[in-house]
Each structure stands twice: as structure tokens, then as C-alpha cells.
Design a protein around this ligand. Structure first.
Ligand code: FE2
Length: 75
């Protein structure tokens, strides 16, 4: 059984990994001249961006302080 604090910590770790994955794919896109690789990795990179949005949404739902900070930024 998990508690909220553990869940939030794990979600933040997941969010960090998704952000790192975006940078990882982008660096490989930048390193190749092959347009097919650029296209496919660009698609995968953009899926990771969707995962970031999904995790942020979940964190906002579970952490009222986090949600408040986004609201203060107009997001
Ligand atoms: Fe992902």
C-alpha cells in the first residue's frame, strides 16, 4: 500500500525521466542527417512531451500546492 507522499515522489521521478527522454531523443535527432530517423525520433520525442503533460496533470490533481503554483502562472 502506498501513501500520497510516496506516490508524488515517484510521479516526480517519472516526470524527470520523461523530460530527460525528450532531450535524449532530440540529441539523436540533431546528430543524424537521415530524414527517416529524424521523422521517427521526432514522433517518439513528441509522445514523450505528451507523457510530460499527462504526468503534470496527475501531479496537479494530487498535489494542491502544485496546482496552485500553475494557476498563479496562468497555466
Ligand atoms: Fe514516456
Amino acid at each position: 500500500m502506498s501513501d500520497l507522499s510516496t506516490d508524488l515522489n515517484n510521479l516526480r521521478e517519472d516526470l524527470k525521466d520523461e523530460l530527460l527522454a525528450i532531450n535524449h531523443y532530440q540529441s539523436h535527432i540533431d546528430a543524424t542527417d537521415n530524414p527517416e530517423i529524424q521523422k521517427q525520433l521526432g514522433h517518439i520525442r513528441d509522445e514523450e512531451k505528451e507523457h510530460v503533460a499527462e504526468l503534470v496533470k496527475l501531479l496537479r490533481q494530487l498535489d494542491p500546492t502544485e496546482d496552485d503554483k500553475f494557476l498563479k502562472e496562468g497555466i
